[in-house]
Ligand binder design. Structure first.
Ligand code: THG
Length: 293
């Protein structure tokens, strides 16, 4: 799986402040950490960024490319800021993060993706907001692919994002996003996929976020997800993404397939993975203390 580092974002205490203060050094240090951690892209999440977005993105892209050669994911709802980022992006192919399946967003952004030969994330968020089930996700995906192919954009440039919701809010939404991924390969050959993984653990206690993210990644990986937007500082997560923890992948698959598991024969780490998989899959109700029971 390709990894997109999420840490350069306006919500972050340290890096959000650095963005607002145009503190290049702090942001460049993060970019180098992300590259050394093996990220394939760096997400530049400047938020909606109102009037300052254009100027901020024009400044930020060359600042980051001064120290790393990675492609950058331009993460903002501000069309002018996206365009400014595309103009400033001279190393490799930029990524637009993201294009929603809404008329005005596609009208504004798909032509830019074509003009700059950029990759883009197609977010399955429609005119009525979040899709309710896998079929609505499928319909939104089909519409986006149709519009893109109409402009001559090839599937290889497109990353579909079925939207990760927090586990402590709606387990059912996670099930429908997973179900969509089961049909995705057939409906969109050659197309790629991605997911904002850390959303799954939003609002969970800080020390429990990594295991939620890790187990969720296994569930996506099992469905052929080709990339994910992730926490650069979670080393175990990277190992899983790169296929270096096959025993944990096999264990989560067993839980999903309803196979008998002898908990007493497992290590503490393995037991925690089993319990967490059961919570995400809705076999167990979410509570902040699921590992203790
Ligand atoms: N899909 C797409 N793009 C996305 C998302 C998505 N971009 C934004 C977001 N979701 C993915 N990025 C993040 C970045 C940070 C966090 C979660 C998702 C996060 N940060 C910690 C917090 O807020 O508590 C820590 C912040 C800090 O660094 O201090 O959880 O779904 N296409």
């Amino acid at each position: 799986m390709k990894l997109i580092g999420e840490n350069l974002n306006i919500m972050s205490k340290k890096y959000g402040k650095a963005l607002k203060e145009r503190d290049a050094k702090t942001l460049q240090e993060l970019a180098v950490i992300e590259a050394e951690a093996g990220m394939d892209y760096i997400d530049l999440n400047i938020g909606p960024a109102g009037k300052t977005g254009e100027e901020m993105m024009s400044w930020l892209v060359p600042v980051i490319h001064e120290v790393v050669d990675l492609p950058l994911a331009l993460d903002t709802s501000n069309v002018k800021a996206i365009e400014a980022g595309l103009k400033a992006h001279k190393k490799g192919r930029a990524m637009i993060n993201s294009i929603m399946v809404r008329q005005e967003r596609m009208d504004a952004l798909l032509p830019l993706a074509k003009e700059y030969d950029a990759e883009f994330i197609g977010l399955l968020w429609g005119p009525e907001g979040m899709p309710r089930d896998e079929n609505e996700r499928g319909a939104l995906c089909a519409e986006l692919l149709f519009r893109a192919s109409d402009l001559g954009i090839v599937p290889e440039r497109i990353y579909i994002d079925p939207i990760q919701t927090p586990v402590n809010v709606q387990q059912i939404q996670i099930m429908s996003a997973l179900a969509f991924m089961d049909m995705f390969a057939d409906m969109a050959p050659g197309c790629r996929s991605t997911i904002g993984l850390s959303n799954v653990s939003n609002g969970a206690p800080e020390h429990l976020r990594p295991i939620l993210n890790q187990v969720m990644l296994i569930l996506w990986k099992r469905r052929g997800m080709t990339s994910a937007i992730v926490d650069t500082f979670d080393k175990k997560l990277h190992q899983i993404a790169k296929g270096k923890r096959p025993e944990l992948e096999a264990l989560v698959a067993k839980v999903e397939d309803g196979e008998e598991i002898d908990m007493a024969s497992l290590s503490k780490e393995e037991q925690d993975f089993v319990k967490t998989a059961k919570v995400i899959l809705g076999h167990t109700l979410y509570s902040d203390s699921w590992l203790e029971v």
